[in-house]
Design a protein around this ligand. Structure first.
Ligand SMILES: [Zn+2]
Length: 69
């Protein structure tokens, strides 16, 4: 199953960035996907497959915000 990532989506990764952040915003879609750390602003490129495996939660800007407690 292909996860429909979209530009502007905010994803929560399983692995914590060295800066302490978990949330990243998708800024580039293609053969590789570019994401930016919302905590420190670090930009990272990785393959779609690696991103899908690393994502714990995806929050699309196209959907209404959900309160998850
Ligand atoms: Zn960071």
């Amino acid at each position: 199953m292909v996860t429909p990532f979209a530009l502007g989506d905010v994803v929560t990764l399983r692995k914590q960035h060295p800066c302490g952040g978990f949330e990243w915003r998708i800024e580039r879609l293609g053969a590789d996907i570019g994401i930016r750390c919302l905590t420190c602003g670090h930009y990272l490129m990785l393959t779609r497959q690696r991103l899908e495996r690393g994502v714990k939660h995806r929050e699309s800007k196209a959907e209404p915000a959900q309160d998850e407690g």
